[in-house]
Design a protein around this ligand. Structure first.
Ligand code: NCD
Length: 302
């Protein structure tokens, strides 16, 4: 069976925990061992990003290289997309050229549903519209696991543009699987109706002292018309600043998937605050994606 990595919901709890544990294992290797560096020797992955990316694209590439694989970076802007080639024909072309897996990002929520049965090699979802971003979900779980151990019962506030966030989408899937509680905060117009009993709406300032982690989200203006608030007003109402951080529990942490807008959803001094794990999340992105690439190639037991 082809090992597509499309949604965290396609894993059992046990298999997803195994992926978190494997990512954790990679994070504990102080240096690159020869064994790790040969796990995916001679494999070639294509990075196919129809939307901008810094962290996800670079960390998939570094993860592949750390495992001994090669990477082809497909850039739609200088490709036959400009001559009218469709997404399907582009992926089929890469399949014919002999790549072993395709790391794929697109603005369409459902594009992967149409491609999954037509492409005969693993498709790895690197962000699908507003739906899911499962590799980000895995790195978020790894970061929480490193901090707190057991994920069950963790309380997480997610504040900002949750409605248009695929990062929040994957976190909510994982929360239901692991029994974490999610509190959605921010402007009412940017909050989805909760679809799971573990997800609730909350008032940011009320929930702050209660939660284990606060995940701040960027306002994803490329996906909607924006709000009736300017950046300063938004920051005052919903931004995480030093005064709000001071009200968090002593062991609570700050998360953000990036890219962050300093002075809007997070103040400048919060980004590198001792409670912030924002850069840790970025480092963990490489380890999570190493675990994903290894899983997709079904190499673990060989
Ligand atoms: C996120 C994304 O692309 O969904 N970024 C990321 O992958 N770390 C979040 C965002 O764009 O705000």
């Amino acid at each position: 069976m082809i090992r597509h990595f499309l949604s965290l919901s396609s894993f059992s709890n046990r298999d997803l925990q195994a992926l978190v544990d494997r990512a954790h294992f990679f994070s504990l290797q102080p240096q690159q061992t020869d064994q790790i560096h040969h796990l995916l020797a001679r494999k070639i992955f294509a990075n196919v990003f129809y939307e901008p990316s810094t962290r996800t694209r670079c960390s998939f590439e570094i993860a592949a290289k750390r495992l001994g694989a090669d990477v082809v970076n497909f850039v739609p802007e200088n490709s036959s997309v400009k001559k009218g080639e469709t997404v399907y024909d582009t992926l089929k072309t890469l399949e014919s050229l002999g790549v072993d897996g395709i790391v794929f990002r697109h603005s369409d929520d459902h594009v992967l549903d149409h491609l999954r049965d037509r492409i005969q090699l693993p498709l790895l979802n690197a962000g699908a519209g507003k739906n899911e971003h499962p590799s980000q979900g895995l790195l978020d779980l790894l970061t929480l696991h490193q901090e707190f151990g057991d994920l069950k019962g963790l309380k997480i506030a997610v504040c900002g543009d949750v409605k248009h966030s695929r990062v929040a989408g994957s976190l909510m899937v994982a929360a239901e699987m692991f029994g974490m509680e999610i509190y959605l905060c921010g402007p009412a117009a940017l909050l989805p109706v909760p679809k799971s009993p573990v997800v609730k709406h909350a008032v940011f300032d009320d929930i702050l002292p209660v939660v284990d982690a606060v995940m701040m989200l960027r306002i994803q203006l490329e996906r909607h018309q924006g709000l009736d608030l300017d950046a300063r007003a938004y920051h005052t109402q919903f931004g995480l600043n030093a005064a709000r951080v001071a009200r968090m529990r002593s062991d609570a942490i700050i998360l953000h998937p990036g890219p962050f807008n300093r002075g809007v959803e997070v103040s400048d001094d919060v980004v590198e605050h001792p409670k912030s794990r924002i850069f840790k999340q970025m480092s963990n992105g490489v380890f999570a994606r190493m675990a994903i690439l290894e899983w997709a190639m079904d190499r673990r037991s060989k």
